[in-house]
Design a protein around this ligand. Structure first.
Ligand SMILES: [Zn+2]
Length: 944
């Protein structure tokens, strides 16, 4: 900025400041405290440069004894909630609601702020937005009346990502300011809107982070020598992925926000993040999702430009929009709004991940002047927690001011979007989706229907056979009629995504289609007569009944691809189960390989009855066991290794096993190092991690050691879900040797996604070479145009793509057709295993003949169907024919390596059975002796 421009800005700010404070009297000392905590006068606005005084209402300053965003301090949930309650007790303009409880039992609180009349009328205002959300019961005349007398609700969500520490304090101050300030703009916000604030949306993570800050970061300001910035966990299961949960709603944080949404119907859900200097207001580069109403895209652009314009005019540098994410995928927490006819948006501000002031370099990608960044940040800034807060709160106040100014338009757009969505289902095909019950796994069908219902998508059920142009559908078929307000989201969830091949690099997944995820069919019909069929509304999520039929002491379970077989094995853990090696017939019915045979055992009948009804499985009783070769399938002792360096993706495995009540040992790095694994577990499961090979082995730098994560009086929130005396150092080569012993001694190791690098690149498995052109998932994020160059040539960034079983008789193939599809993110590519011939000059060439015996499944469809089922792929020609699942013998054991992650965020339920098959049939896999390794003879009977 030129010297002249600088002086102009200062003059303008001081004029504004004087004018802006006029009706408010600043609390004594607040101007000075804020100014002292702000590192540059350009990093504050007149809107937040003081704290208004209010008789009888406690300011955060008075309550906490410091301003919000003070250097070196962070507030935890207990104190924040005490403040929120004190504020509500003192002000008739504030109310507090409990909208949920975290996994660790902490409350999730939400404030509602409006003028006195608004607070008195909350119930009426809520029922008005609910009525606007459903145009089937609110005609246009009624809607206009409601719009005239009601208000949009604007919801702020803070502290979702725990090391993004600023937003919790920003919204506490915002709440107070909105409640007491007499600025005309704020009075209008109170009169025109209801502002909803969730200050600690992920309270478990917040408290862990606050403890972490005081234990490891307080007083440290030199960024080049900071220790790890965040605790290893932000929630019971996940880390960053807590923000990738909207379609599946597995976390309490997500459930609370979804419940809130469907009770209040806020017009805007605004999530506060801290990943981009100095402030990025989201609206995505495109391609935009075709199933979101186009009005939304204009609304969120308009709000972003208003923020950028106003803050630039106030002289605040570095405010930008557009160049972040693509807004094709709406799978984040704020997406509950995008997917339900409201506006989902957010900020990325510049967070230090700490409350200390630091000298920060601003990435060169954020310092150029662009149309979307008219006044870029300087290349280096001294940056404080208060600076970060100033940006967040100023932006929020501008957005609220804009919403208050356009309150009626916002409500009208909200109603119009709901109307458009409903009308599309009435007037344009498809008119409905039909989901037949009989698709091999009735319980998985029921679960997919339950997921739709969890999104308030209405599902009905055919009372009789329905005759349509598309065919006959039997009674009991689930039907999603599209003449409903959430038609657009239903279409988005039930049809394949088609991400443009020439689109910007995506930020995250490009496919979330439920039928692709569940390996099920949902049939779109263009036959409008479906609306005349007698259909019964579903009130509760369905559950497949499960039956035990026939008579006799032997029980048969036909393998038709049921996902619940793993859970069933552990419900029946005390019983002997034989799994058929090949197909057999009984009473005219065919039972494929993988079917279960249970001979007469004491107590078996009752156990089977309860497993059948709980898990929706059908058992048949017969007099004698069929004549077919079987293998025993003892329930294995599972160990899940969770490296301290990355707990995120493996958290989803733990979640899925917990949901299925499947027991496992949680193995920390130190447990692996301690060794003797073979005596403790049969199957070692190592999931996907966003770590390069060196980090998978060596973990967090030892230079930070010791770094305990243990519950103490100073760190009461540490130690869950696992504790450690020192989380640094990884498993090290010592631990790697223990893993090698485990496999050599006859253990089965299963690796998923980039976890397979440890086995294949790390040399636990020999003769499988990495191929160029693939990318580890950790290198594949981005979403900005500049990320494109960093990407490899082969990319499947979260897409459903086709695969073929090379060994259709392998136990991993049980329950699947020979050609199917799986979900794949960006992972390294591996070549077909080869023998090693040459010794000189070319010791890494593996130039011997290919050996495909270890390939269980390969990428691509052998009948040449199009590679992509849903989403998009780039450079797939490098992938097709290469291994998707390898089963390689090592010593007395085996390593099964997946080149994808069948446990992706509890989304790809139809892929999970592949992993369950490997676990269920561990002994059979260990007993397989490929002809190419004659030395590897029968596996011993472990731990008998
Ligand atoms: Zn974030």
């Amino acid at each position: 900025m030129s010297r002249l421009g600088f002086l102009w800005a200062v003059a303008l700010v001081s004029v504004n400041m004087a004018r802006a404070q006029a009706p408010d009297i600043p609390e004594p000392g607040s101007v000075e405290a804020i100014s002292a905590a702000t590192t540059d006068s350009h990093f504050v606005s007149p809107l937040v440069s003081y704290i208004p005084q209010a008789a009888g209402v406690p300011s955060p300053e008075k309550f906490f004894g410091r301003i919000m965003g003070a250097p070196g301090e962070l507030v935890g949930t207990q104190k924040a909630y005490a403040y929120v309650r004190a504020l509500a007790a003192a002000s008739p303009r504030v109310r507090v609601f409990t909208i949920g409880h975290s996994e660790e039992g902490r409350e999730i609180l939400m404030l509602a702020i409006a003028d006195e009349a608004g607070i008195r009328d909350l119930d009426r205002l809520k029922s008005a937005t609910a009525a606007l959300a459903d145009p089937r019961r609110t005609d246009q005349a009624a809607a206009e009346k409601l719009i005239a007398t009601s208000r949009p609700m604007y919801y702020f969500n803070a502290a979702l990502h725990s090391d993004e520490t600023g937003s919790a304090e920003a919204v506490l101050e915002l709440a107070y300011r909105l409640a007491v300030s007499e600025q005309p703009s704020i009075r209008r916000i109170r009169e025109q809107l209801v502002v909803l604030i969730n200050p600690m949306s992920n309270p478990d993570g917040r408290d862990k982070m606050v403890d972490w800050f005081y234990r490891y970061l307080k007083g440290k300001t030199d960024r080049s020598s900071l220790p790890r910035q965040s605790p290893p966990y932000w929630s019971k299961y996940t880390f960053v992925d807590i923000n990738r949960d909207t379609h599946q709603q597995t976390h309490e944080t997500t459930k609370a926000v979804h419940r809130m949404f469907h009770e209040w119907h806020p017009t805007v859900v605004h999530d506060l993040h801290e990943g981009v200097p100095l402030m990025m207001t989201w609206n995505g580069t495109g391609p935009y999702n075709p199933n979101v109403d186009p009005i939304t895209y204009t609304e969120f652009l308009q709000l972003s430009f208003r923020e950028m314009e106003a803050m630039t005019a106030m002289g605040m540098p570095g405010v930008s929009t557009w160049n972040f994410g693509e807004a094709f995928a709406h799978l984040y927490l704020d997406s509950v709004a995008m997917n339900h006819n409201s506006i989902g948006r957010g900020y990325e501000t510049f967070g230090n991940g700490s409350a200390e002031t630091e000298l920060r370099a601003v990435s060169p990608t954020a310092t150029s002047r662009e149309w979307y960044r008219p006044m870029p940040a300087p290349a280096q800034v001294k940056w404080s927690a208060r600076d970060n807060l100033n940006y967040q709160e100023t932006g929020a106040l501008i957005a609220l001011d804009d919403a208050a100014t356009h309150a009626k338009d916002m409500l009208r757009n909200f109603y119009k979007k709901s109307w458009d969505s409903w009308q599309k289902g009435l007037t344009q095909p498809p008119y409905a989706f039909l989901i037949p019950q009989d698709q091999g796994d009735p319980e998985r069908v029921a679960q997919m229907v339950g997921r739709l219902m969890g999104q308030q998508v209405e599902v009905v059920r055919a009372q009789n056979t329905v005759h349509l142009k598309d065919g006959d559908f039997p009674a009991g078929t689930f039907v999603v009629r599209l003449d409903q307000p959430y038609r657009n989201y239903a279409v988005d969830l039930l049809t394949a995504q088609n991400y443009p091949k020439d689109g910007e690099p995506p930020y995250d997944d490009v496919s979330w289609e439920l039928p692709a995820n569940y390996h099920l069919q949902a049939i779109a019909t263009e036959d409008a007569s479906i609306r005349d069929a007698p259909l019964t509304p579903l009130k509760e999520p369905p559950h497949a009944a499960g039956h035990v039929s026939g008579s006799g002491g032997v029980y048969l379970l036909k393998d038709t691809g049921q996902e619940s077989l793993l859970a069933a094995r552990y419900r029946l853990a005390n019983f002997e189960i034989g799994i058929a090696d090949g197909e057999f017939e009984r009473d005219g019915a065919k039972f494929p390989a993988g079917s279960w045979i249970l001979s007469e055992q004491t107590g078996l009948h009752d156990a089977i009855q309860s497993a059948a009804s709980e898990l929706g499985l059908d058992f048949v009783q017969v007099g004698t066991a069929p004549r077919v070769s079987v293998h025993v399938a003892k329930a294995p002792r599972i160990g899940v290794w969770v490296p301290w360096a990355d707990t995120d993706s493996i958290g989803w495995i733990r979640y899925s096993l917990d949901q299925r009540k499947v027991p496992y040992s949680y193995l920390r790095d130190e447990d692996i190092r301690a060794g003797d694994l073979r005596s403790k577990i049969d199957v070692l499961l190592y999931g996907h991690v966003d770590l390069e090979l060196a980090e998978q082995i060596e973990g967090l730098p030892k230079s930070w050691s010791p770094m305990p994560f243990k519950k103490t009086s100073q760190s009461p929130s540490f130690g869950t879900p696992a504790e450690s005396d020192d989380i640094t150092g990884g498993v090290g080569y010592e631990g790697l040797a223990q893993i090698q012993h485990f496999i050599d001694d006859g253990g089965l190791m299963i690796t998923l996604g980039s976890g397979s690098m440890l086995a294949l690149d790390g040399g636990l498995v020999r003769f499988v070479r990495r191929s160029s052109g693939g990318v580890p998932r950790s290198a594949a994020g981005g979403g900005s145009a500049s990320a494109a160059a960093a990407l490899g040539t082969t990319r499947t960034p979260g897409a459903h793509v086709r695969v073929t079983f090379d060994r259709p008789d392998h136990p991993i193939a049980y329950g699947y057709p020979q050609r199917t599809w799986v979900f794949r993110q960006n992972f390294p590519l591996y070549n077909t295993p080869r023998r090693w011939l040459r010794m000189a000059y070319c010791t890494t060439c593996l130039d011997g003949p290919e050996d495909r015996s270890g390939i269980v499944m390969e990428w691509g469809d052998s009948e040449a169907k199009s590679f992509v089922v849903s989403g998009q792929a780039w450079g797939e020609e490098n992938l097709i024919g290469r291994p998707a699942i390898l089963d390689m013998p090592v010593g007395q054991g085996h390593v099964v390596s997946f080149n994808f992650n069948p446990m992706h965020r509890d989304m790809n339920r139809g892929d999970q059975r592949l992993l369950w098959n490997a676990i269920l049939n561990w002994q059979a896999i260990l007993a397989l002796h490929p002809k190419t390794t004659p030395a590897n003879v029968a596996a011993p009977e472990p731990d008998e």
